[in-house]
Design a protein around this ligand. Structure first.
Ligand SMILES: C[S@@+](CC[C@H](N)C(=O)[O-])C[C@H]1O[C@@H](n2cnc3c(N)ncnc32)[C@H](O)[C@@H]1O
Length: 249
C-alpha cells in the first residue's frame, strides 16, 4: 500500500480542490451547477475522456459524464422510493462535497423534502451554502466523529446517501455503527466503488470492506441488503461507481 488514508489526508486533498472552487464561485456567482461540477473534476465541459458504463469503455465529454452521474443519483433515490417503498422526508448526503447531488435531487423531487449535506471540508460546506442557498443545507461533518451524525434529523424519516465518500474511509465499521444508531434512518444508499479486488483502492487506501460488512450484517439479520448493482458508471474506469441499498431491520 502506497499511502495510509486518514481524516487529515482527505481533508488536505479536498481543501485543495474546494478552496479554489469556492474562490472561483465568489468571483463569478453566475457559474452554472454543471460548470461548477466540471471545475470540481478539474476539467471543462467539452473535454473528453475515457469512461465506463456497465463494464463497457467509451469516450465521452465531461458534460456527458455529469449528465450520466446526475441520472445515476436520481435513479438510485427513485429506486429507494418506488421499488423499496421507502418513505422519507429528508435526504442526508454524507461526504456531500459542495452539495451538487442534493441540488440535482431538489430539482427532480418534491421540494417538501429536506436536503441536508455534510462534509469535512469547510470550503465545500461554504460553497454549497452559497451556490444552493435556500434549497439545501450544508453542515460540517466528519465520518470519524460520532457527534457529527446529529446532522441526520431525528424528527422525520431519512434517506441517507453517500456518493464516492465512503471510498475515502478505509474502515466502514464505525460509519455503519453510527448509521445504525440513527433511529430515523429508513434506508441507506451507497453509490461507491466497492473496492474489493481493486488496484486503485489498494493504491490510494480507499475503502475495501464496506460490502463484506454489509453482507455479514445481512446474513446475521441486523440489516436487510435490498439491492446491489455493480460497476454502473465510471468517470474514472479504474474506480467506477457501484450501488448498494440497505435498511436497518
Ligand atoms: C470524491 S468526493 C465526492 C463528493 C460528493 N459526494 C460528490 O459525489 O460529488 C469525496 C468527498 O468525501 C469527503 N470526505 C473525505 N473524508 C471525509 C470525512 N472524514 N468526513 C466527511 N467527509 C469526508 C471529501 O471532503 C469530499 O467532499
Amino acid at each position: 500500500m502506497a499511502i495510509k488514508r486518514d481524516a487529515a489526508l482527505a481533508l488536505e486533498e479536498y481543501n485543495k480542490v474546494y478552496k479554489p472552487l469556492y474562490d472561483a464561485f465568489i468571483a463569478n456567482p453566475n457559474m452554472s451547477p454543471d460548470e461548477l461540477e466540471a471545475r470540481f473534476r478539474g476539467m471543462n465541459l467539452e473535454r473528453t475522456r475515457e469512461m465506463m458504463r456497465h463494464n463497457e469503455l467509451f469516450v465521452g465529454s465531461i458534460a456527458e459524464a455529469i449528465k450520466a452521474t446526475n441520472e445515476l443519483v436520481i435513479s438510485a433515490v427513485k429506486t429507494a422510493r418506488d421499488v423499496h417503498g421507502a418513505r422519507f422526508e429528508a435526504v442526508v448526503d454524507l461526504g456531500a462535497g459542495f452539495g451538487h447531488d442534493l441540488h440535482v435531487l431538489h430539482e427532480n423531487f418534491d421540494d417538501k423534502i429536506r436536503y441536508i449535506g455534510g462534509d469535512t471540508s469547510m470550503y465545500g460546506v461554504a460553497l454549497g451554502n452559497r451556490a444552493y442557498v435556500g434549497h439545501i443545507g450544508m453542515h460540517p461533518f466528519d465520518y470519524y466523529e460520532a457527534s457529527g451524525y446529529a446532522i441526520i434529523p431525528d424528527d422525520v424519516p431519512c434517506l441517507v446517501m453517500t456518493h464516492h465518500s465512503i471510498e475515502q474511509i478505509p474502515d466502514y465499521m464505525p460509519v455503519f455503527k453510527n448509521l445504525l444508531k440513527s433511529k430515523s434512518v429508513v434506508e441507506v444508499v451507497h453509490m461507491e466503488p466497492f473496492g474489493e479486488n481493486s488496484d486503485w483502492a489498494e493504491k490510494y487506501d480507499y475503502n475495501r470492506n464496506m460490502m463484506a460488512i454489509l453482507t455479514e450484517a445481512h446474513d446475521s439479520g441486523a440489516v436487510e441488503v435490498l439491492d446491489v448493482e455493480r460497476r454502473v458508471f465510471g468517470v474514472n474506469p479504474e474506480n467506477p461507481t457501484s450501488i448498494v441499498w440497505w435498511r436497518p431491520r
